[in-house]
Design a binder for this molecule. Structure first.
Ligand SMILES: C[S@@+](CC[C@H](N)C(=O)[O-])C[C@H]1O[C@@H](n2cnc3c(N)ncnc32)[C@H](O)[C@@H]1O
Length: 499
């Protein structure tokens, strides 16, 4: 590796991904749930979104394709990422996205930063705890210059103390990998093999950490490029939330909550006894430390606001009643309970069934759903409804209800289906752009291919099967996956305005 990368992996490109926690709709919703006045984007708002450390830009492109009236700027220092992103955006005909190749350590002082408009929303996913302090300092200077008053920032990072017991595992993986291979993806694979061999040989420091073991189980299916970017960086360093909050305060950013929505509800995240300890403190950062001591969750998704304005509960509830939601499940998939950190949360059928049934027909306003005559239970708590349904991924916010599928989003999805099918496994969850939702909608690479096929007016599933698996693969598995895609996911994507 050469010197420009500051120890960050640059010989292997990162995988493409879109994550709901990065969407401005989710950032605004998180703020609303925490009684901070960040209005939900309205359909016609010319939002300016900035992504720092965008990888190959897939997530930023999903946002641009879903919102042709937004202006999206995405930055990465890896020229291979920026070249790929520009090529992809050009093929998809996206004109409202700009990719900038720049080092975040120095971008604030670089003339190139003059082209970055003041941002309403900023997202940094998987960057902060993977880069050296000089880059973190540069990020803070850039945020100080580029976040508008009232603007919102999403930042994810590996959190302490959850990562603590697995730090030895990361160190071993990296040190072993570097000695056994040259290219970063091969280093990751080789390092992982050594860690697994030691785990099987009863290495105590690996055996005694359930978190390290759970991570290792998940890594079996992870692409090598993910492994390389997660584990092989020189300055990989999980951090305490208090330290991130202190750093960002230099950019006048105040911590508000989490775009992992359930985390904004103490009753869902902490037991009664844990809450009793957290409640001894007024300082939200201290309460977060108590929370981080109690949860297994290792990646935080914090939302900060430059100039957080508090609103009273009545104002908050009025704003939440106006949020439109769409359903991300088939209505018969509503679970009775769902696991949350505090235990199990119940979906009371008398309350949730009529709501889920109505939202499965078409996106609906929260206030209208709570007013359905069949609903039994508290109709005055839109926060709980939104936190539960969107927080556990059963629903999503909808920006432009009733909008027809947008040509920019459709073209982007088509181009992405063909590109992703060449590099990713078919069951990898990415996202489909939608003008109606104003964000991505959960979709696998296979779903994107099926969308492509449906648009061509095809109907014969055997043709689709041949298109997807020209090589002999397990036909039953592919057929099952196709049936799931066609009969379960497509109706959801259709109602979400993807096609
Ligand atoms: C783990 S990847 C995350 C990519 C993307 N945000 C996502 O979630 O798919 C981190 C990204 O940060 C970029 N990066 C690392 N150091 C950087 C720096 N000093 N300046 C700009 N980008 C940097 C890397 O090239 C990489 O694309």
């Amino acid at each position: 590796m050469s010197g420009w990368n500051g120890g960050y992996v640059t010989d292997i490109s990162y995988t493409a991904g879109w994550y709901p926690t990065q969407s401005p709709m989710m950032m605004a919703l998180a703020c609303q749930l925490c009684s901070v006045a960040v209005p939900m984007p309205r359909p016609e708002d010319p939002i300016r979104l900035l992504e720092l450390g965008c990888g190959q830009g897939f997530g930023a492109m999903v946002q641009a394709a879903s919102n042709p009236n937004w202006q999206v700027t995405a930055v990465d220092f890896n020229p291979a990422h920026i070249a790929a992103a520009r090529e992809w955006a050009a093929e998809a005909g996206l004109t409202n996205i700009t990719f900038i190749e720049a080092d975040l350590a120095t971008l604030a002082e670089d003339p190139a930063s003059r082209d970055i408009p003041e941002a309403d929303f900023v997202t940094l996913h998987g960057v902060w705890s993977w880069v050296p302090k000089s880059v973190q300092d540069g990020i803070v200077r850039l945020l100080r210059d580029k976040v508008r008053s009232g603007g919102t920032v999403h930042i994810s990072y590996n959190a302490l103390p959850a990562w603590g017991p697995a730090m030895g595992m990361q160190r071993l993986l990296r040190e072993a990998g570097r000695r056994l291979a040259w290219r970063s993806d091969r280093q990751g694979d080789q390092g992982l093999a050594v860690v697994q061999a030691l785990l099987a040989a009863d290495a105590r420091q690996l055996q005694r950490s359930p978190f390290a073991k759970a991570l290792l189980n998940g890594l079996h299916a992870a692409p090598s490029s993910y492994l390389a970017h997660e584990y092989m960086n020189e300055h990989w360093q999980p951090c305490f939330m208090a330290d991130v909050a202190a750093a960002l305060s230099d950019a006048k950013l105040e911590w508000v909550g989490s775009s992992q929505l359930t985390e904004n509800f103490p009753t869902l995240t902490l037991t009664d006894a844990q809450r009793a300890v957290a409640d001894r403190f007024e300082d939200p950062v201290m309460r977060e430390l108590v929370k981080d001591m109690c949860l297994d969750r290792s990646l935080r998704h914090d939302v900060f606001v430059r100039g957080a304005r508090r609103v009273d509960n009545a104002t908050r509830d009025a704003a939440l009643m106006d949020v439109t939601i769409g359903l991300n499940i088939h209505p018969d998939e509503l679970p009775a309970t769902v696991d949350v950190p505090a235990g199990q949360a119940e979906f009371n059928a008398a309350f949730y069934r009529p709501i889920v049934q109505a939202a499965s027909v078409a996106p609906a306003r929260t206030g209208d759903l709570l007013n359905l005559p069949e609903v039994e239970g508290r109709r005055d708590n839109p926060a709980e409804l939104l936190g539960m349904l969107i927080g556990v991924n059963l629903a999503f916010p909808v920006l432009r209800p009733g909008a027809d599928p947008h040509p920019a989003a459709m073209r982007f999805n088509l181009v992405s289906a063909r590109r992703l099918a060449r590099s990713e496994s078919l069951n990898r969850l990415v996202g489909a752009a939608s003008g109606r939702t104003g964000a991505g909608v959960q979709a696998s690479v296979l779903d994107l291919l099926v969308l492509d096929w449906l648009r061509d007016g095809q109907t014969d599933i055997e043709d689709l099967l041949r298109l997807i698996s020209p090589a002999p693969v397990d036909a039953h598995t592919v057929r099952d996956a196709l049936n799931h895609s066609l009969h379960r996911r497509m109706p959801i994507l259709h109602r979400a305005g993807v096609y």
